[in-house]
Design a binder for this molecule. Structure first.
Ligand code: GDP
Ligand code: ZN
Length: 475
């Protein structure tokens, strides 16, 4: 089974005060003990779950590699439910690598990404949704995102999924009992009996699905591209935005010469602001690369802030940029109506409001008939609060701000819930059509399995591999 012993450095690369090496598996204790030298040359296993002082030595040369604290933790009360040893050494990458090498030389295997958490899952300590929450928690960019991940880790989402599965299973059991034991006087359930039971399950699923678009926002954030011709104040606006947002979260990697990406916290939603250098066509080959990159950034954005210089008349370049943005499919404000394919929202920003305004607003309104205009000045900070409010409205599109309820935050979960909904609908339909109950049962089974993918009961090995390979090594 999965009980060969694995080891990895569990702390991030680089220099730190302490660094941790994690070892998990049936032989974890036997592998580490010979490397662990304690005062008075004690050799017995130290008490479980206690930090014990000593040195890690090279077992062949007896050379001391580091002064350490080691915790030997007896299964099953460990992260993986296996025997676990955690070695706390000094946080230098070289030291940690030498200790790890010594552990591997003893017969441990280097852990794959996410393998510790995968073991926790396989050994039943966490279900799949909880295991995924571990990574969400590590990667969350705002406190709201953190709270949601923690709820999921504590099993609140799983509980609700299991409730829905339980409800479905109840219906399946009713149907199958009558099919399997017809002679035992188990009456064939009537559609009128089954319908409310299915509806109950459907309600549980739809509640989760209803919050999932919003939940995903908190986890994935919103990509907001700042677009406009050169010199209108895009970079100043980005900086002003970051200035007013006191809770600036981690800077985002991938900043290039042509686009700058920064993260801000818009009332709990991670806002990824992308300052684009320019998207208007150019003949200069070097600039062309920049244009392509900026355009790609804009195309992948959820929202566009289209910036103009209010202190100057509209230029030909302004019109070109406008046309580009429209071609990319940004347009009218996000509408709330269900089912209508809504365009991605664009907010028009007339910057430099501290100066005399010469821009032709009526022409702009013709270009952008349904969009919102906001005047800003990055010099006096006018309009920035309004910009933030409007942006929040656009992003949440009338949805409530984060509350304490359980929210589905993952696209994978959302898709599984959608499939479950479809199957439940199908079972309803089958029931209406008076087809034999086995068919209804098949639909219900499919819904049951779709929900099981969220918690992992019915997840394929491929899916599990995919999910855990996205973890970091040592987690
Ligand atoms: P970008 O090329 O669109 O990124 O524009 P920048 O942010 O680099 O700004 C271009 C110029 O406009 C700089 O000299 C800024 O100081 C100036 N600027 C930016 N915002 C304002 C504003 O609100 N009012 C005034 N008067 N000038 C501004
Ligand atoms: Zn700029």
């Amino acid at each position: 089974m999965h009980n060969d012993t694995i080891a990895a450095i569990a702390t991030p690369p680089g220099v730190g005060g302490v660094g941790v090496i994690r070892v998990s598996g049936s032989d974890a204790f036997e592998l580490v003990l010979p490397l662990f030298k304690r005062p008075g040359n004690q050799t017995e296993l130290p008490p479980s779950h206690k930090l014990t002082f000593g040195h890690i030595i090279d077992p062949d040369t007896r050379e001391i590699l580091d002064e350490v604290l080691v915790a030997f933790m007896h299964a099953p009360h460990t992260y993986t439910r296996e025997h676990v040893v955690e070695i706390q050494g000094h946080g230098g990458p070289l030291i940690l690598r030498r200790i790890l090498r010594a552990v591997l030389a003893q017969g441990a295997r280097m852990a794959n990404p996410g393998e510790f958490t995968m073991r926790a899952f396989l050994n039943g300590r966490l279900d799949l949704a909880q295991a995924e929450a571990v990574m969400d928690l590590i990667e969350s960019e705002t406190e709201a995102g953190q709270r949601l991940a923690l709820q999921q880790l504590r099993g609140r989402l799983s509980d609700q999924i299991q409730q829905a599965r339980h409800a479905i299973l109840g219906v399946i059991a009713r149907i199958e009992a009558s099919i399997d034991f017809p002679e035992d006087d188990i009456p064939t359930p009537q559609p009128e009996e089954l319908r409310p039971l299915i509806a109950e399950a459907q309600k549980l699923v739809s509640v989760l699905l209803a919050g999932s678009d919003q939940g995903r926002l908190y986890r994935q954030g919103v990509r907001t591209a700042i677009i406009g011709r050169p010199n209108v104040g895009k970079s100043s606006l980005l900086n002003a935005f970051l200035r007013t947002e006191r809770a600036i979260v981690t800077p985002i990697a991938g900043t290039t010469r042509d686009t700058v990406e920064e993260a801000a916290n818009l009332r709990g939603v991670p806002l990824h602001l992308i300052d684009t250098a320019g998207i208007t066509p150019t003949d200069d080959p070097v600039e062309q690369i920049g244009v392509q990159r900026s355009r790609a950034a804009a195309e992948s954005a959820d929202v566009v802030l289209l910036v103009f210089d209010g202190s100057e008349p509209l230029t030909e370049q302004d019109r070109l940029v406008s046309a580009e943005v429209q071609q990319m499919g940004f347009g009218v404000q996000a509408s709330n109506e269900e089912g209508t394919a809504r365009k991605r929202p664009v907010l028009l920003v007339l910057n430099k409001a501290d100066r005399e305004q010469k821009i032709d607003v009526s022409e702009l309104k013709q270009l952008w008939p349904d969009s919102v205009f906001i005047s800003t000045s990055t010099f006096s900070d006018t309009g920035l609060k309004q910009l933030e409010d409007t942006l929040t409205d656009l992003i949440l599109a009338g949805r409530m701000l984060y509350s304490e309820s359980v929210l589905v935050t993952s696209t994978r979960h959302q898709e599984a819930l959608r499939r479950a909904t479809e199957q439940l609908k199908a079972s309803f339909y089958s029931l209406e059509q008076n087809v034999p109950l086995d068919f209804v049962s098949i639909d219900l089974r499919a819904a049951y399995d779709a929900l099981g993918e969220v918690t992992g009961e019915t997840a394929s090995d491929d899916l599990l591999d995919k999910i855990f390979s996205e973890f970091c090594i040592g987690k």
